[in-house]
Design a protein around this ligand. Sequence first.
Ligand code: FMN
Length: 354
Amino acid sequence: MNPLFSEIQIGRHTLSNRIVMAPMTRSRADDDGVPTDLVATYYGQRASAGLIISEGVFPVALGKGYVRTPGIATAEQMAAWKQVTDAVHARGGRIFMQLMHCGRVSHPSLLANGAQPQAPSAIKVEGQTYTANGLQDFVVPHALTIVEIAAVVEGYRQAARRAIEAGFDGVELHAASGYLPEQFLSTGSNQRDDEYGGPVENRVRFVLEVLAAMVDEIGGDRVGIKISPEMNFNDIVDANPQETYTHLVEQLRAFNLAYLHVALFGATFDYHAALRPLFTGRYLIGSALDKNTAESLISSGQADAVVFGSAFIANPDLPERLRSGAELNAADKNTFYAPGPEGYIDYPTLSAEA
Ligand SMILES: Cc1cc2nc3c(=O)[nH]c(=O)nc-3n(C[C@H](O)[C@H](O)[C@H](O)COP(=O)(O)O)c2cc1C
């Protein structure tokens, strides 16, 4: 039997296969962060995944980092997400919400009243970001005070609660890609001299506090975390990522999380070999997988489940294609973040092609 199609328990859920859809920002929400009707169609089409992880969703308004990205901070946003989870559940699928607070990877034009983005330290991201008014330079962020950090942690707690109320089966903390949690973890963006900065024990504090709040609110068996050591995206740099992530993952054990999701992009060290033995929950591997690699990761026991990104954009029936060995449609990068249905809900299934 194909190893991808054996059942697996992840947290409190039994998944029908080990193929997970990666969290992918698709920018199909309105300017208030409310997912449009297209979003329910899109995720419903992909419900044959063992588990869908939603695109990054801002837990609090100040966590928004890109145009047309969705939130889970208002009743209107929750109601729209309920349509999405209903569509997935109606087709027998499971879906977690990825909570993504972009921190300094944002811009005043994306935030209410032109607010300054928040970060551990007042260190700006080098480069430019795409806003409603085209490309603009990143700005120097506001360094969070201790009181403000507590409010952000509380924001994650409330967001986890709202995600569950909107029908999600769990939440994933986005602690990769240079966003707020990774800004705390990394020496390049965190130069605080209080209990949130300096030695690794302090730099992991924010992530652990966020996890503790979410676990307290909805249970560790409905919480996962994504990390990407050495990804170096969004100008994130850490002086000693091996130490940072080893220490972080050791600390995760206490939470009995549903899973640890590790996506590596050009890492210079075998993090999977180092981290997997440190973690007691399910271990998910993603990035640049194909059918053969995915199958061997499962059959060798290196991963409990495998995460596919762009292949799921272009192939709503990816599990069926992996089972049958059918050809995969190629994803069109031009429509990754474009508004509207094109390149979003119009990729054909095998039966539509026939
Ligand atoms: C269009 C697009 C949007 C993405 N947005 C997110 C995101 O919101 N959160 C996240 O954790 N990763 C995001 N990623 C990264 C994917 O989750 C995944 O790690 C990456 O695509 C590698 O997997 P793949 O090679 O199978 O595509 C995005 C990737 C793509 C292609």
